[in-house]
Design a protein around this ligand. Structure first.
Ligand SMILES: [Zn+2]
Length: 97
Protein backbone atom coordinates (compact mmCIF):
# COMPACT_ATOMS: atom_id res chain seq x y z
CA UNK A 1 0.00 0.00 0.00
CA UNK A 2 1.22 3.47 -0.81
CA UNK A 3 2.12 5.38 2.32
CA UNK A 4 2.60 9.15 2.39
CA UNK A 5 6.23 10.07 2.91
CA UNK A 6 5.57 13.52 4.29
CA UNK A 7 2.68 15.33 5.88
CA UNK A 8 1.05 18.02 3.71
CA UNK A 9 0.62 21.45 5.25
CA UNK A 10 -2.74 23.02 6.11
CA UNK A 11 -2.07 25.55 3.36
CA UNK A 12 -1.66 22.84 0.77
CA UNK A 13 -4.75 21.00 1.98
CA UNK A 14 -6.82 24.19 1.96
CA UNK A 15 -5.60 25.14 -1.50
CA UNK A 16 -6.72 21.75 -2.78
CA UNK A 17 -10.14 22.27 -1.22
CA UNK A 18 -10.70 25.81 -2.44
CA UNK A 19 -12.67 24.54 -5.45
CA UNK A 20 -14.94 22.34 -3.35
CA UNK A 21 -18.18 24.20 -2.71
CA UNK A 22 -21.84 23.91 -3.56
CA UNK A 23 -22.64 25.59 -6.87
CA UNK A 24 -25.71 27.72 -7.34
CA UNK A 25 -28.20 26.00 -9.69
CA UNK A 26 -28.88 28.00 -12.84
CA UNK A 27 -32.55 28.77 -12.52
CA UNK A 28 -34.82 30.15 -15.18
CA UNK A 29 -38.02 32.10 -14.65
CA UNK A 30 -41.44 30.55 -15.07
CA UNK A 31 -43.22 32.34 -17.96
CA UNK A 32 -46.58 31.82 -16.24
CA UNK A 33 -45.98 33.02 -12.71
CA UNK A 34 -42.44 34.43 -12.78
CA UNK A 35 -41.01 32.23 -10.06
CA UNK A 36 -37.56 30.68 -10.36
CA UNK A 37 -37.69 27.11 -11.64
CA UNK A 38 -35.18 24.45 -12.65
CA UNK A 39 -34.92 24.19 -16.44
CA UNK A 40 -36.84 21.31 -18.13
CA UNK A 41 -38.93 20.91 -14.99
CA UNK A 42 -42.52 21.85 -14.25
CA UNK A 43 -43.12 24.86 -12.07
CA UNK A 44 -44.32 23.68 -8.67
CA UNK A 45 -45.76 27.08 -7.88
CA UNK A 46 -48.37 27.09 -10.67
CA UNK A 47 -48.11 23.53 -12.05
CA UNK A 48 -47.43 24.62 -15.64
CA UNK A 49 -44.89 23.28 -18.08
CA UNK A 50 -44.54 24.34 -21.73
CA UNK A 51 -47.73 26.40 -21.52
CA UNK A 52 -49.91 23.53 -20.34
CA UNK A 53 -51.21 22.78 -16.88
CA UNK A 54 -49.63 19.51 -15.77
CA UNK A 55 -50.43 19.45 -12.06
CA UNK A 56 -53.43 21.03 -10.37
CA UNK A 57 -51.53 22.76 -7.58
CA UNK A 58 -54.63 24.25 -5.99
CA UNK A 59 -56.28 20.87 -5.43
CA UNK A 60 -53.77 19.90 -2.75
CA UNK A 61 -53.98 23.09 -0.71
CA UNK A 62 -56.46 23.73 2.09
CA UNK A 63 -59.13 26.40 1.80
CA UNK A 64 -57.21 29.31 3.29
CA UNK A 65 -54.09 28.82 1.22
CA UNK A 66 -56.17 28.22 -1.88
CA UNK A 67 -57.80 31.61 -1.60
CA UNK A 68 -54.47 33.32 -1.06
CA UNK A 69 -52.89 31.61 -4.07
CA UNK A 70 -55.85 32.37 -6.34
CA UNK A 71 -55.62 36.01 -5.37
CA UNK A 72 -51.92 36.10 -6.24
CA UNK A 73 -52.59 34.53 -9.65
CA UNK A 74 -55.33 37.04 -10.44
CA UNK A 75 -53.00 39.94 -9.66
CA UNK A 76 -50.34 38.43 -11.88
CA UNK A 77 -52.75 37.97 -14.79
CA UNK A 78 -53.98 41.54 -14.45
CA UNK A 79 -50.42 42.83 -14.60
CA UNK A 80 -49.77 40.81 -17.74
CA UNK A 81 -52.79 42.29 -19.48
CA UNK A 82 -51.47 45.77 -18.74
CA UNK A 83 -54.49 46.82 -16.73
CA UNK A 84 -54.39 48.99 -13.68
CA UNK A 85 -51.73 47.99 -11.20
CA UNK A 86 -52.85 46.33 -7.99
CA UNK A 87 -51.53 47.42 -4.64
CA UNK A 88 -50.67 50.78 -3.18
CA UNK A 89 -49.47 53.59 -5.44
CA UNK A 90 -46.00 55.01 -5.14
CA UNK A 91 -45.54 58.70 -4.42
CA UNK A 92 -44.43 59.38 -7.97
CA UNK A 93 -47.63 57.91 -9.38
CA UNK A 94 -49.71 59.90 -6.92
CA UNK A 95 -48.15 63.17 -8.03
CA UNK A 96 -49.00 62.46 -11.68
CA UNK A 97 -52.73 62.39 -11.00
ZN1 LIG B 1 -45.06 28.98 -12.54
Amino acid sequence: MAVPKQRHTKSRRNKRRMHLFAKKPNLSLCPKCGKEVLPHTICWNCGYYKGREIVDVLAKLDKKEKKKREKEMKVKEREEKGEEKAGPLTWEEMSKR
